[in-house]
Design a protein. Structure first.
Lengths: 309, 326
């Protein structure tokens, strides 16, 4: 069971294990904690995210994944800790500056800007817009050229994400899955170095899941690093190069997807009280069919929620 | 009942300086609430600040009109910063509470007896508009036709008031079609999303608060040109009338504030004329003339309810935009 702890891996400098050093890290975090009342939601001693790879951050519900995302991206303040992005310290830097530094995130609960059109959503993602200055904004010729450039880029991205037909529709009229796609495409408008996706697959129609996975792979091919949260093992196995496992705020395991699922700490984290069950049964519980069911259920629930509105 | 006079009075409200002042204040609220999603419930406070800044600069310091107008703008900017600095980082409702309280504080402060030498206390200030009317280039006389017949000074105040409304409308239109407007509308929808895209949300909210506040201050200036400055005019009701007419016209629309202000004042004048007429001619005998004066506000309330039920997006608003529960 502890083979992973002594194994080596091309991404890792030294032995593989929770908090292991990476050959080429893009994010390095130290001693990051966040307390909510009596609950220590995040308690990360040391973690490094490899550059140019797809890293999955997994763990059961309530493990602290979203909170850790919020801390890294400046949407929440830690009690203690520091972290750097591309060697630059980002601790206590406001969220908008983190995004400008090239570390762009999406949200677990999609935040599409409903009463803006799909295209306007996209354009908002672009950086270096002179027209976003109050005084420049008044004189259109001063920003019209940049507007054309980013409109072109937005249309290309929308075509890639198969949203081009919807470009003049209000974002609120999109389906849940399309909103996830839009949010991802919008994040790409800023040409980020690290894309952080919080549960990109949650609530997405199974038909869209494949294309979402394809898009995430595409980001890596374009040289971006990806960190994504997912608690569905099947998805993780499919596309990630590296897996970091969180439970109760801590990093409990790390490794390549093929082997990390067999780590005792992961089994404990996922199965909780059932940790005396053997691996064979666990594989069954974590394998394919449940994934499809969960997807379908999530989509159904989402549709119901939409229906209620 | 003299229907001609009642109708004439009502129609003349379309161009009145008070309507212009309300339209200007409503353009400010459209920037705050309609485009940025900021709940400023203290627009009456901004109007009071503008009104007193102009009157005090003129009477107290003896400044010329242009300097007094700069004072109006400066005082509004400062007031916006005082309200925005502590609240714009917090949830939206904090701004609502702080603005409503601050507007009341302004009203109480200017009414205090201790400040009578400066603010005129409860009776307010008058006699500050001599300089403004001295700038009137129109020769003495009466011009116009039908209900739109005014003296030279009457024209002057309307020209200045509506020119300010026109400038504000064009400025807001230019801003809202620009990337700046896109950021601000994004903040209205979800400020965390906008933050995650690298925009300094706090700074944009402040810019919006200042812009709408300055328009409120200028509205205060236009409002006092035909009358005295009286603290009683700047109560919470004024802010809610401005919201009423804005929703009437359409909150995030170019012409909504203007048409909303015109309809608001025409309806108010018409209902008042009719009710007072009915009371005076003895057709309605159960109301005193005083009560009759109040009834029109009940009518406005009912009209607003009907509006919200049958045309929630306002006259110019886009129904589709409103049908999303976001
Ligand atoms: N704002 C908050 N206030 C109090 N508790 C919180 C808050 N945000 C998260 N938590 C708690 O912190 C823990 C981690 O939550 P979260 O980061 O959302 O987990 P995950 O994303 O891994 O499912 C949970 O127990 C959750 O209830
Ligand atoms: Mg989460």
């Amino acid at each position: 069971m502890s083979d992973t702890a002594v194994a080596s891996h091309p991404l890792v400098d030294g032995a593989v294990g929770p908090g292991c050093k990476k050959v080429d890290p893009i994010v390095v975090a130290d001693g990051v904690t966040r307390q909510f009342g009596g609950l220590k939601a995040v308690d990360v001693e040391h973690v490094e995210i490899p550059r140019g790879q797809i890293t999955a951050l997994i763990g059961p519900n309530g493990a602290g994944k979203t909170t850790f995302f919020n801390l890294l991206t400046g949407f929440d303040k830690p009690n203690t800790g520091s972290w750097s992005f591309e060697g630059r310290s980002l601790a206590r830097v406001p969220a908008f500056k983190v995004a400008r530094a090239g570390m762009v995130r999406t949200f677990q609960l999609t935040k599409s800007l409903g009463r803006l059109t799909v295209l306007q959503n996209m354009l908002l993602g672009a950086t270096k817009q002179g027209g976003e200055n109050f005084f420049t904004a008044i004189v259109k010729p001063l920003w019209a050229k940049r507007e054309d450039e980013i409109t072109k880029r937005a249309e290309d991205l929308l075509t890639r994400f198969k949203l081009d037909a919807k470009k003049d529709d209000y974002a609120a009229s999109l389906s849940g899955g399309q909103r996830k796609l839009l949010e991802m495409a919008r994040a790409l408008m800023s040409e980020p170095t690290l894309v952080m996706l919080d549960e990109p697959m949650a609530g997405v129609n199974p038909a869209l899941t494949q294309s979402l996975l394809g898009h995430i792979r595409g980001l890596k091919e374009e040289g971006m690093s990806v960190l994504f949260v997912e608690h569905d093992m099947h998805m993780v196995r499919h596309i990630s190069d590296w897996v970091i496992v969180m439970a109760e705020g801590r990093i409990v395991a790390e490794g390549p997807p093929e082997t990390v699922m067999t780590d005792q700490a992961v089994i404990d984290a996922y199965l909780g009280a059932h940790h005396d069950e053997d691996l064979g049964e666990m594989e069954v519980e974590l394998d394919l069919p449940t994934v499809e069911e969960a997807e379908a259920a999530a989509e159904k629930k989402h549709e119901q929620q939409e229906g209620n509105h | 009942m003299d229907w001609g006079t009642i109708l004439g009075n009502a129609i003349s409200q379309i161009a009145s300086p008070t309507t212009a002042a309300y339209a200007l204040a409503a353009i400010g609220i459209s920037v705050h609430f309609g485009y940025t999603g900021l709940l400023n419930f203290g627009q009456a406070g901004f109007m009071a600040i503008g009104a007193y800044a102009f009157a005090i600069a003129t009477l107290g310091f003896g400044w010329p009109v242009w300097a007094a107008l700069l004072m109006v703008i400066l005082a509004s900017v400062v007031f916006a910063f005082i309200l925005g600095l502590p609240t714009l980082r917090l949830r939206a409702d904090y701004l609502a509470i702080v603005t409503i309280a601050a507007a009341e504080i302004v009203r109480y402060v200017v009414s205090t007896t201790g400040l009578t030498p400066v603010t005129g206390g409860a009776s307010g200030l008058s006699g500050f508009s001599g300089g403004f009317y001295a700038l009137n280039p129109i020769p003495e006389g009466t011009y116009g036709f039908g209900p739109f017949t005014y003296t030279a000074d009457g024209w002057w105040v309307r020209i200045v008031g509506w020119t300010l409304v026109a400038i504000a409308t064009v400025l807001v239109w230019l801003l809202m079609r620009s990337p700046w407007g896109r950021v601000v509308k994004g903040i209205r929808e979800d400020e965390d999303a906008v933050r995650s895209l690298g925009k300094n949300v706090y700074s944009y909210k402040m810019q919006s608060l200042v812009l709408g506040g300055v328009l409120g201050g200028l509205a205060g200036f236009v409002f006092i040109l035909p009358r005295a400055v009286q603290p009683g005019n700047y109560g919470t009701a004024l802010t809610f009338f401005i919201y009423t007419l804005l929703l009437l016209g359409g909150a995030a629309t170019v012409f909504g504030p203007i048409v909303g202000a015109m309809i608001f004042w025409v309806v108010l004048s018409l209902s008042n004329g009719i009710i007072v007429g009915l009371v005076e001619s003895g057709i309605v005998s159960f109301l005193t003339p005083d009560q009759a004066g109040q009834i029109r506000f009940i009518i406005v309330g009912v009209a607003l309810m009907l509006l919200v039920i049958f045309r929630p997006q306002g006259i110019f608003g886009n129904k589709k935009e409103l049908s999303f529960s976001v």
